[in-house]
Design a protein around this ligand. Structure first.
Ligand code: ADP
Ligand code: MG
Length: 695
């Protein structure tokens, strides 16, 4: 069933007067209705839920005579005159003289010539701005609002005034006026989306009181309290949405109950040459527990690059095989699929399991597919080729999706549909901040490995200026002499005219014949034929290449413990998470590894990203920084899930609220899994705004 079909049924049919279209308010005609729709405001409820983005504290107005340089102040004044002048290079300067009973002051705006026409002499308004000294006191670029001298002025001044997000044709004054009307006594009834017991327990005000306070607060604290309430309400709705999909799943027995104490698993476990980390052990335990029950597994395994997720996945594969089930391991790139193939051949083939690789460029694909369909193959690593129609499984019992964020919801679902109801394990090395993980992927069970295997030294990361690059080349020679290998990543495959970025092919040629002459160099990029790519990877893995020039195709999955140096050209060009992923290709052995960042970032954000990368080594810390810098909207899945529509809650800062909301949502759904109790109906409606991504 699609979301479109499901949503309406979640909305309780009997609305109340807050469901009335906005045109029911006096003064709102067709034109206004259209304009308000741009703000997502269609009903009266939408209007009052148009929460202020900020406030202006106009409880105290300053007299012009009392203005002092350096302070931000609000004055109520009359326009004496206004004019606009053109400065050099097309800039305009608008100047107005303002006065009140105590004196006069100039206001200046840069580049807004139309203002001179707007400020009619004799008109009165409120002006808020920074007071500066420039041939006398001036107010610089003040915000302004005209006063009409009627009743309405009292909404707009002498109090803490809401500031709204606007759209063409709609002013602050209009919104304040309409919202005041909508909130005037008895005008609307709002259902409280917070079920009363939760509301009381958390000490939040009821919805009508809170909505008044958020628009027209008597003081900043009250505004804050009301805002917290609405943020909480939103987070509860989000959590109810992501969790409700699985609320009934506790009793769902449509999946497979795997054998989890079989001989293959035991033998595999005992064959490991190292001790598992605590995080790995916990993840394996959780996965096997999922697999043992007939409740379909839907688990996300999150862990930084190199933390050893693959080993965890191999346990699940061995368990599936114990019961005679096949496993499909899907990866986003051919290189990664091949790499998984190698690992599987090395570690699970000795158990007597048949391993295959299936990608778009597998030469004898037909024969491979036949072996998969007949059940001869036990484990297959592959790319999208695994979900094409031609690929059929004999008895698919486990689907593992590596780097799951690289696949769409449909593709992930398609792999699951290759079996009757296989257990699904998603893996990602992109540590999503926890707040996002439990919202965007909240319906999945989550295992986090937050430590690296022991003995790994943190990678040292440094920026290298152009003047020091010769030292770097000498260093690469010394590394090669010591038998250690280097990745050299460049942003583009071929030199392009339009962008001044270092191309990997030219760089490979130039350095191989220049400063790196004498070293064994290799070249790897996405436009090479698969067979050539494979050959290069194998040569590198076997130690036959000292410096491997590559594009970001090596970003995911490549595992070569003997590579200890990562050089990234034009590093400022890459995103934070991508840089972290690239860096994660080294630091996999016991030698000290280094990451060198070349190039001068063109933007301030670029500089900031490199600074963060030099300072932080944990992928989770880096993800948090990324979230802080870019906001949640840039994260994978956030928009799809409808989370960019959050009106009040802030996924970066409202962490504690989120935790509480999740617990409350869990409790609620335990009692009322489909939120059909009358007390939960308003919440059910709020929940319908958010979509569920875990399918
Ligand atoms: P991920 O897939 O999480 O990036 P891998 O599974 O590729 O990480 O593991 C990285 C490397 O660490 C591999 O060479 C693996 O054999 C090794 N490894 C995994 N777990 C451990 C452990 N507990 N102790 C030592 N080495 C480990
Ligand atoms: Mg991996």
């Amino acid at each position: 069933m699609t979301q479109a079909q499901r949503e309406p049924s979640r909305i309780p049919p009997e609305g109340n007067n807050s469901d009335k279209p906005i045109a029911a308010l006096p003064g709102i005609g067709d034109k206004r209705e259209e304009q308000l729709a741009n703000l997502g405001i269609r009903t009266i409820r939408d209007l009052v839920y148009h929460i202020p983005r900020d406030y202006a504290d106009r409880r105290e107005l300053s007299a012009i005579a009392d203005l002092v340089e350096g302070a931000t102040a609000t004055i109520e004044a009359e326009v004496v005159s206004a004019r606009s002048r053109h400065l050099r290079r097309g800039f305009a300067l608008t100047e107005a003289t303002l006065r009140d009973t105590t004196g006069s002051v100039r206001a200046v705006w840069f580049g807004r010539a139309y203002l001179a026409r707007t400020f009619k002499p004799g008109s009165r308004g409120l002006f808020t701005g920074l007071v500066d000294q420039y041939r006398g006191l001036v107010m610089k670029n003040p915000d302004y609002e005209f006063l009409t001298g009627d009743e309405e002025d009292r909404i707009n001044t002498g109090r803490i005034v809401p500031i709204y997000r606007l759209t063409e044709g709609v002013t602050q004054r209009m919104l304040r006026q309409w919202i005041t009307q909508a909130l005037s006594n008895g005008a609307i009834e709002l259902d409280d989306a917070l079920p009363e017991p939760i509301r009381l327990e958390r000490g939040f005000p009821p919805v009508d009181e809170a909505i008044r306070n958020i628009h027209f607060p008597p003081d900043p604290e009250t505004a804050h309290h009301a805002r917290t309430r609405f943020a909480y309400e939103e987070l509860l709705a989000v959590q109810a949405a992501v969790l409700s999909d699985r609320a009934g799943a506790g009793h769902d027995t449509s999946g497979l109950a795997h054998q989890t104490d079989g001989p293959l698993l035991k033998r595999f476990h005992q064959s490991l040459p190292f001790t598992l980390t605590e995080g790995q052990r916990e993840a394996i335990e959780a996965i096997l527990a999922d697999m043992a029950t007939a409740r379909p597994m839907m688990r996300l395994l999150q862990g930084d690059v190199g933390c050893g997720k693959t080993v965890v996945a191999l346990h699940a594969i061995a368990a599936a095989a114990d019961g005679g089930y096949q496993t499909a391991l899907m990866a986003p790139t051919e290189i990664l699929a091949e790499q998984h193939g190698l690992t599987l051949r090395r570690l699970v083939a000795p158990l007597g399991l048949q391993v295959e690789v299936l990608t778009g460029s597998t030469p004898d694909a037909k024969a491979v597919r036949e072996r998969i369909a007949s059940g001869e193959t036990h484990v297959v690593a592959g790319t999208h080729a695994l979900i094409q129609d031609a690929a059929r499984f004999h008895r698919l019992g486990l689907a593992i999706i590596d780097e799951q964020h690289r696949f769409g919801v449909m593709q992930r679902g398609a792999l699951r549909d290759k079996g009757p109801m296989p257990d699904v394990l998603h893996m990602t090395a992109t540590p999503i901040p926890r707040t996002l993980a439990i919202t965007v992927y909240g319906g999945m069970d989550l295992s986090i490995i937050d430590e690296l295997p022991p003995g790994r030294l943190p990678i040292k990361t440094r920026r290298i200026s152009a003047s020091k690059v010769e030292d770097l080349y000498r260093y690469l020679h010394r590394q090669a002499a010591a038998g250690l290998q280097t990745y050299y990543v460049c942003p583009l495959v071929e030199e392009s005219e339009s962008r001044d970025l270092t191309a990997v092919t030219t760089h490979f040629e130039e350095l191989s014949h220049g400063p790196l002459a004498g070293l064994r160099t290799g070249l790897l990029h996405g436009r090479m034929a698969s067979r050539d790519k494979e050959a290069v990877m194998e040569q590198f893995a076997a130690g036959g290449i000292d410096v491997l020039f590559s594009t970001t195709v090596i970003e995911v999955g490549i595992d070569c413990p003997n590579a200890t140096t990562m050089v990234i050209e034009d590093a400022g060009q890459f995103g934070l998470t991508q840089l972290h992923q690239l860096r994660g290709r080294v630091g996999r052995g016991s030698e000290q590894s280094y990451c060198f960042l070349l190039g001068k970032p063109k933007t301030r954000e670029g500089v900031e990203r490199l600074r963060i990368l030099c300072e932080k080594s944990s992928g989770f810390d880096i993800a948090e920084e990324d979230l802080r810098m870019r906001g949640p909207g840039e994260f994978q899945g956030v928009r799809q899930a409808g989370l960019s529509e959050l009106r009040v809650a802030d996924l970066v800062h409202d962490v504690r609220l989120l935790d509480g909301a999740r617990r409350d949502a869990q409790q609620l759904l335990l009692d009322d899994p489909s939120l059909t109790w009358p007390a939960n109906k308003a919440l059910a409606r709020a929940t319908a705004r958010f979509r569920v991504l875990n399918a």
